[in-house]
Design a protein around this ligand. Structure first.
Ligand code: FAD
Length: 464
């Protein structure tokens, strides 16, 4: 027998979209019930995404920096890697953050239900938990069910064929690792396993790595990776067979080959979780790409039901999910909030990092938009050179008439931190002149963005 619970707001999914919405709604005085099937809050991001991947990438960068230090006369012995300790270090950080969320939830008196939730009618969710079924009656609901890794058709079931979650589990370091997909997740995991000693092959059907980013932005990363990885662009996987000696993979396209790998990471994108939660009982249809359509207040076609995060579309990023969660909670609480960012930054935490926001040159070309471009090579930055980061680049795109910033991209150390000056500038309607006239400390990597702006205004005409 199910027992009943009544709440003003039910949130389905405890990832960055769901928990942020729940916290904000509780802070605004609503009674909130947060339903998560996975047991731990944090969703993909905290448990099997952003945080464990960045923890492992930090270890990879320590290994790389120690190796590169030989170039300026500081040598270390080759690293000894204790996988068990690395795994528990990662687990400790994840646990610290997820238990932190537990405390934040408890402090707000949010009702937590652990179990799978499904709508049975437009005002009721049935949650199946170990403690029994709970019928949750709600005034409003937020769907924050997130996404899962996309699969490759015809891919055999085999423990040596990984998705990102299996790769993050770090059970073993294969001798030969094939990474299918040169997007952010594929390249981040490739970097971790390369640092731990795997030989890496990357295949990508498109003609560049990290296809959404401008080609000139990813070129320094591509040139660096090419030294130690085999990267096959314009190549797809035509077949995969699990054999006792490894996974036999047939590559077709620019590279035609049949090769054996000890493990294969399939990193070909993510699919929204739109099934098995009673969407039909709500009468919500999906858009042409399989996402839940929402307006700028995160409202679905059903007036009292909202949706946020990966389940509503690209970009599938934690910071987008969190901002949408906040907006949905505020709208439900009666505030005039909208989700209308001018730019959402994307970051590949590779070495060098790639970060971009706003309009890209690719998009400008597709839309037939004229732009003024300033591009500052980090080889002319003293700070970049002293940090061994001279291959980086900072680029900004501005409107030729108003001078307003339209987009920016950075390749280089800490690009993921540096991009936020550009995001703020774009949000505030700043021009290239505003950025160029803003006094930046010297010597910093941040200066390179100001120099790129000065190249747009013409106050810098050439570089060393
Ligand atoms: P999710 O985080 O997917 O959470 C959804 C939650 O809902 C899950 O916990 C799920 O168990 C629960 N759920 C689903 N259905 C039900 C149901 N019916 N009942 C109960 N519970 C349910 N993004 C970044 O911004 N930066 C990064 O550096 C980054 N790195 C990443 C690295 C990897 C390897 C991966 C895989 C992803 C990464 N992402 C990153 C993406 C990021 O994790 C997601 O964009 C983000 O987690 C989406 O948040 P969400 O709240 O929409 O959904």
């Amino acid at each position: 027998m199910a027992h009943d619970l009544t709440t003003q707001l039910a949130v389905l999914g405890g990832g960055p979209g769901g928990y942020t919405a729940a916290f904000r709604a509780a802070d605004l005085g609503l009674s909130v019930c947060l339903i998560e099937q996975g047991g731990r809050l944090g969703g993909v991001c905290l448990n099997v995404g952003c945080i464990p991947s960045k923890t492992l990438l930090h270890a990879a960068s320590v290994i790389e920096e120690a190796r590169d230090a030989a170039a300026f006369g500081v040598s270390f012995a080759p690293p000894r890697i204790d996988l068990e300790t690395l795994r528990s270090h990662k687990a400790r950080i994840v646990t610290q953050l997820t238990t932190g969320l537990d405390s934040l939830c408890a402090a707000r008196k949010i009702t937590r239900l652990t179990g799978h939730g499904a709508f049975v009618d437009p005002h009721t969710l049935l949650v199946s938990s170990q403690e029994g079924d709970v019928r949750v009656r709600f005034d409003h609901a937020i769907i924050a069910t997130g996404s899962r890794p996309a699969t490759l058709p015809g891919c055999p079931e085999d423990a040596r064929i990984w998705d990102s979650t299996a790769a993050l589990a770090l059970t073993t370091v294969p001798k030969r690792l094939l990474v299918i997909g040169a997007g952010i997740i594929g390249l981040e995991m490739a970097q971790v396993y390369r640092a731990l000693g795997a030989e890496i092959t990357v295949v990508e059907p498109q003609n560049q790595i990290i296809p959404p980013a401008d080609r000139d932005l990813v070129q320094p990363l591509f040139l660096k990776l090419k030294k130690t990885y085999r990267i096959c662009t314009e190549t797809r996987v035509a077949g995969m067979t699990a054999t006792t000696n490894g996974i036999e993979v047939t590559l077709a396209g620019k590279t035609d080959a049949a090769e054996l790998f000890d493990a294969v990471l399939v990193a070909v994108g993510r699919r929204p979780n739109t099934e098995n939660f009673g969407r039909e009982a709500l009468g919500i249809d999906l858009d042409g790409r399989g996402f839940i359509p929402v307006d700028d207040r995160q409202r679905t076609a059903v007036p009292h039901v909202y949706a946020v995060g990966d389940v509503v579309g690209d970009p599938m990023l934690a910071h987008k999910a969190a901002h949408q969660g906040k907006v949905a909670a505020e709208v439900i609480a009666g505030h005039a909030s909208v989700f209308a960012p001018r730019a959402i930054p994307s970051v590949a935490y590779t070495s060098p990092e790639i970060a971009w926001m706003g309009l890209s040159e690719k998009e400008a070309a597709q839309q037939g938009l004229a732009v003024d471009k300033g591009k500052f090579p980090w080889g002319a930055s003293g700070r970049a050179l002293s940090a061994g980061a001279g291959t980086g680049v900072s680029k900004i795109l501005c409107d030729p008439d108003s001078g307003r910033l339209l987009g920016a991209g950075i390749c280089g150390q800490n690009a993921g931190e540096l991009i936020h000056e550009a995001v703020l500038a774009l949000e505030m309607g700043a021009t290239a002149e505003d950025i160029g006239l803003t006094v930046h400390a010297h010597p910093t990597l941040a200066e390179t963005l100001a120099f790129a702006a000065e190249m747009v205004t013409g106050s810098i005409t050439d570089v060393l």
